[in-house]
Structures are given as C-alpha cells and as structure tokens.
Design a protein. Structure first.
Length: 347
DNA sequence: AAATCGTGGGA
DNA sequence: TTCCCAAGATT
C-alpha cells in the first residue's frame, strides 16, 4: 500500500507549525476542549475564546460542577451550543466514572456525549500520542487529493481508504505530530480554494498534483439553499429595563436562551398594529400605537438568513412569562440576534 | 441518512 | 451585499 512520506511531513510541520493557544501546556483536557471548540469554527475565532474558557473551567471537574448557564455564557457567540452542553455532560461522566481524568481509550471517548469519530481519534493522538485515524475536513481534503479518490469525502469507501493509509503511515512514536501536521497542512497549504503545491511536502507522491487536477478534489458537496426570513423584535421599556422572554427548553433552535419578544416572519410580511398585538398578547401586553423601527441588522442561523428589525413599542399590561432585563448588562444568555440588536450603540 | 444545529470572518 | 467556509455530531 502507498504510504504517506511521514519524515517529510514532520520536517515541514517543524517549521510551519503555528503557535496556537491549545498547543501550549498541552493536557488531555485542553486538547479535548479545543477539539470541541474547533468543530465548525475557525482557528482564528477559537484562539480568541479558548484561553478564557480554559481559565474559567480549568479541569473536567470545574466544568462538571458549574451551572449550565455558566457554561453557556462562556460559550456565547461561538454557536452550536449543543457542543458545550454535551461537553459538560461528558465532563460529569468523566468525574463520576473516571475519577476526573480524561480516558485514554478511543472507544470510551467515542461513547461520551459530543465526541464522534474525529474527536475521539484526535484526543487519542494529540493528547496521548497514540496512533489513530484523525480525519477532519482538512485531512479528508488532503487525502482525497493525495489518493486522487473519486468518491465523496463523506462516503464509506473514501473513509475506509483514508483510514487505512493513515494507520499504515503514522510513525508509532510520532502520532501526535503526524496527525497534527496533516491537519495543519490542510489548513495552511492544501486549502479548499487554493492549494500551494510548490511548498507541499506530499506533492511528489500526490495523485491530484501529478495529474494536475488538484482543483477537481474533493468533489464539492451540493449546496444547501437558505431561506430569507424577517425577524421582528420588539423593544418594550419598563424604566431602564426591557422585556425579554425565554425560548422553550425543548426548542429545536437555541433552547433556553433569552431574547426580545417577537417572531420570524416570511420575508416581506406586514408589521402592522395587528401583528404587534399578536406578538404581545402571549406575554400579557397590549400595544399602544404602531411602534417605530429603531434599527435593523442582518444575521444568519444555519440555513436561515435573517433581516432583524428592532421595533420600539409602547405597551401596557401585566407581564406574564417574561422578565425585565437591563439591556446594558444582560445577566442571562441572550440569542446573538437579540444581543446584536441591543449592542449597536445605545438604545 | 439527509437535514439540522450558530456564528464570525474573509473573499 | 452576499456567499462560502471553518479541527463535526446527532437524529
């Protein structure tokens, strides 16, 4: 079987390696948290948030013992909040079943909430220097090109081919550097849009490069289309505070988060007095007048593109199922959409 | 197993 | 502005 040129890869990594926060004081817990934070999140964003999160939750035990709202607050703005909820659940399992230390076994790790094939392999390799098939989007792209594999990167055929080559190529004592080097190679050289083959230590043996077809691999995934939505958010003042409501605990989207009262509406919906009445009635309020638009921001949530308008409304009534919050110092976990509407300048 | 979950940043 | 991407997991 073809084998990746590990020595050349490691030599390249030795000088190209970026100095990222999670590569300092490497411990299993720091590796784990970093891998979760980096899921679908750029290294630039994660590097700004990682140090503070680790300071706040320095051990699995620290996170396990915290309130969920504190964990969410430390994750605010990173998105995919299920990640931190799962991480906290997993930390509790580790405290309960593993005396608070991160398991070294890939299968045990794989069974913890929020840890899939990639993250289990990454922890084993990067934290414990054990050989594993660490295949993230970067490595998948590198391997698809290097092998010239025609199958989609999420196919079983490609995955098993890549896994076999990786496990056959990884130097037993260099699992950490080898695995991290391939990720780094994908991030720095073998990028999706533009590959820098001239600098690549794998180019000599790369099928895509030798056939001048790097841009053909991997085959692009079909585009998911997004929906345009108008989000109407109401600003109802009570002195210095404003009315906020909490999303249901079983909501598919952002469960348990607080936000300004309002709704998502089909793009172009009328925002007349009747609409205000409909939105305010559930929280016991009755609008006086039509309200006025204070500002508009754009935001997107997975497949939805939101145009968010903040409408100030005078309303009376006895508040139900809602809370009064100081918008300059919100104590609760807000949706980013509402936070954006309140953040832009003073209201 | 295709659809869904958030967000910031760069092109 | 708009589009696309970024160290995936879950159902």
């Amino acid at each position: 079987m073809k084998r990746l040129p590990a020595d050349q890869l490691l030599a390249w990594f030795a000088h190209a390696r970026r100095d990222l926060p999670w590569r300092q004081q490497r411990t299993p817990w720091r590796v784990w948290v970093a891998e979760i934070m980096l899921q679908q999140t750029t290294a630039l964003v994660a590097s700004k948030r990682f140090p503070e999160f680790m300071q706040r939750f320095a051990t699995p035990r620290a996170l396990a013992g915290a309130e969920e709202s504190a964990a969410l607050a430390a994750w605010a703005g990173l998105g995919y909040y299920r990640r931190v909820r799962s991480l906290q659940q997993a930390a509790r399992v580790v405290v309960r079943d593993h005396a608070g230390s991160v398991p070294r076994n890939e299968q045990i790790l794989r069974g913890l909430p929020g840890i899939g094939d990639y993250t289990a392999a990454a922890i084993v390799a990067l934290a414990f220097n054990q050989p594993a098939a660490v295949i993230d989007a970067n490595v998948a792209r590198v391997m698809a090109r290097w092998l010239g594999h025609e199958s989609p990167v999420n196919s079983q055929a490609f995955r098993s081919a890549a896994r076999e080559v990786l496990l056959h190529s990884v130097p037993a004592a260099q699992a950490r550097n080898f695995s991290e080097a391939l990720i780094e190679l994908g991030a720095l050289l073998c990028r999706a849009a533009a590959a820098d083959c001239a600098a690549c230590p794998l180019a000599r043996s790369c099928v895509a490069h030798s056939t001048q077809s790097v841009e053909r691999f991997p085959h692009p995934a079909p585009r998911k289309l997004s929906t345009a939505v108008d989000s109407l958010r109401l600003l109802v003042r009570r002195g210095r505070r404003v009315v906020m409501v909490q999303r249901p605990a079983d909501a598919a989207l952002l469960p348990g988060f607080w936000e300004l009262p309002g709704a998502w509406l089909p793009r172009g919906s009328a925002t007349d007095a009747a609409m205000l009445r409909t939105l305010l009635a559930p929280i016991g309020l009755k609008a006086a007048g039509e309200g006025r638009v204070l500002r508009q921001v754009s935001h997107s949530i997975t497949t939805h593109r939101l145009r968010c308008r903040l409408v100030e409304v005078d309303a009376r009534g006895r508040l139900r199922s809602a809370a009064l919050v100081d918008p300059t110092a919100p104590q609760r976990n807000l949706t980013t959409e509402s936070a954006k509407l309140l953040r832009v300048g003073a209201i």
